[in-house]
Ligand binder design. Structure first.
Ligand code: BYC
Length: 474
């Protein structure tokens, strides 16, 4: 018998809830089986310098030590309860926040929790082979940190399913371990989580763009009137920040290294830049275009009755809902969305309630634009005349009003033929990917050493030096 209060650090009084304990006892071996099959390849015996959360107190959520990943203490942490918290939006606004699932919203809430939960193991699956081509021990440690925390986020959602949704919840928890990223028969739920992450440029782009969707969705769920969901998401957000840091600084370091090489050698031609073993800025732009566009799809349709219902019923709020100054009901408000009519992109004002996916996407785009501006500064400081840009919102979209249309990065509506001819000006071609992967054929793991295509970070993890042994291979 596993002592779960011992094995699973938690602040939900797991030791006292026998039913929940039994459910988790049943699920845990299946989770470990999934981790051994689908977790980072060949990593099970490594000792990794990881941050582990042991409590939600400021001194408890960032304990660093060497851990073998299968022994990571996947914990269950909810932000402490605020007894006075209310439902802050929708038709139940002003009621005390719900501590149990309201019967009428049971299946909707379960669906949202399952969709969120499904992304967590999916990303681990997408990244599982990258350890064998890491650019440094520092980066290897970082990807493992991201992976174990995604595993913990799965636990967070499984806790909610087991604790609040009875038998259906347990079945959903099992299904979360059965779907596989990219599987033809049993794929992950959302599109971006079935795309491969075949190289480290894709990994950093993913953690910059797609983990940030995670942030915005978690922020919206943290507003939920269902208090346990809110409290779970709030704690997950503390971990999400590191994932986005890994992505943003990873791309920054690649750009920095490319710019150094371009400057030293006074080169601008992408083929010549590539010949020196670094990634040309044009290819970085194409990766950016890809990851940005597939992540925009994750916000769902521009006009969505699902989103309106989530909000009206108090299940999923807006980004920073309680900081917004309006009625929090949105009965009168409008919001602009865009659609393609007669070969042109036109604005249409629709009831704001139905446009909540679009609104969250717009909030996200604003934050993304700031991040891209920070990458641009690295290029500007090197004095290189190259501008990174965000493509038009309609570019390369598969969900929502732009799906089925061919929109260029500048927002021109193209024919299928014109798109086909030009798409690899904007999206990575097989040759681009082959080139990027040709730089990453083996791993660089000598402490303090970095692959030629990436600059070292400014500092190490937890104030350790860059040549610290972040991973012991045993
Ligand atoms: N791919 O009414 P609509 C993260 C489906 S990332 C495939 O617009 P709704 C993380 C949709 O399910 C954050 N299908 O949808 C990051 C619906 O299906 P049905 C994850 C899609 O419900 C990195 C239909 O199309 N969390 O945490 O308004 C690493 C109609 O669509 C997609 C969440 O997403 C798609 N992209 O909005 C690790 C939060 N988009 O009903 C982790 C929870 C839509 O016709 N999820 N569909 O069968 C939600 O809030 C909503 O489900 C969505 C969709 C915002 C995703």
């Amino acid at each position: 018998m596993i002592d779960y209060t011992e094995k699973i650090p938690n602040n939900v009084d797991l030791g006292r809830d026998r039913g929940l304990q039994r459910a988790l006892e049943h699920w845990q071996p299946a989770y470990m089986g999934w981790w051994y099959d689908m977790g980072p390849n060949e990593s099970h015996n490594y000792e990794v310098y990881l941050r582990t959360a042991v409590s939600v107190e400021p001194d408890g959520w960032a304990q660093f030590d060497y851990v073998k990943m299968p022994e990571y203490r996947w914990g269950i942490f909810l932000q402490p309860r605020d007894e006075k918290r209310e439902v802050n939006f929708g038709i139940h606004k002003g009621q005390p926040a719900w501590q149990e699932v309201p019967g009428e919203y049971r299946s909707t809430l379960r669906r949202v929790i399952v969709t969120q939960g499904d992304t967590e193991p999916a990303s681990v699956e997408q990244q599982r082979l990258l350890g064998s081509s890491c650019p440094s021990m520092y980066d290897l440690r970082n990807i493992f940190q991201v992976n174990v925390e995604e595993g913990r986020h799965l636990w967070a959602m499984v806790y909610l399913l087991h604790r609040y949704f009875g038998r259906d919840g347990r079945e959903e928890a099992e299904a979360l371990l059965a779907r596989r990223s990219g599987d033809a028969d049993n794929p992950r739920i959302l599109g971006a989580f079935n795309e491969p992450t075949p190289d480290w440029l894709a990994f950093y782009m993913f953690t910059f763009f797609t983990d940030r969707d995670g942030k915005f969705q978690l922020c919206a769920l943290a507003e939920s009137g269902f208090d346990p969901l809110s409290r779970t998401c709030r704690f997950m957000l503390t971990e999400e920040a590191h994932h986005m840091f890994v992505g943003e600084t990873g791309v920054t370091r690649i750009i920095k290294r490319t710019c150094e090489v371009m400057k030293e050698n006074k080169l601008e031609d992408p083929a010549q830049v590539r010949a020196l073993g670094v990634i040309d800025l044009q290819t970085i732009q194409r990766y950016l275009n890809f990851h940005y566009s597939v992540t925009l799809d994750l916000y769902g349709s521009d006009v969505s009755s699902n989103a309106a219902n989530y909000f009206t019923n108090g299940l999923k709020g807006r980004f920073r809902e309680t900081k917004l100054e309006d009625d929090h009901v949105l009965s009168e408000a409008e919001y602009p969305v865009y659609e393609v009519i007669g070969g042109k992109i036109v604005r249409k004002d629709v009831p704001a309630l139905t446009a909540l996916n679009e609104r969250l996407r717009d909030d996200y785009i604003e934050e993304i634009a700031d991040g891209v501006a920070r990458w641009q500064r690295v290029i500007d400081e090197a004095g290189i005349p190259f501008k990174l840009t965000l493509p038009h919102k309609g570019f390369h979209r598969a969900i929502g009003n732009f799906a089925g249309h061919y929109i260029s990065v500048n927002g021109d509506v193209l024919s299928a033929e014109a798109w086909e001819k030009r798409k690899h000006e904007w999206l990575p071609s097989p040759a681009d990917e082959k080139f990027v992967q040709s730089l990453m054929t083996g791993r660089v793991v000598e402490p303090g050493k970095f692959a030629n295509w990436i600059a070292p970070p400014l500092r190490g993890i937890n104030s350790k030096p860059l040549d610290f042994e972040y991973v012991r291979f045993n």
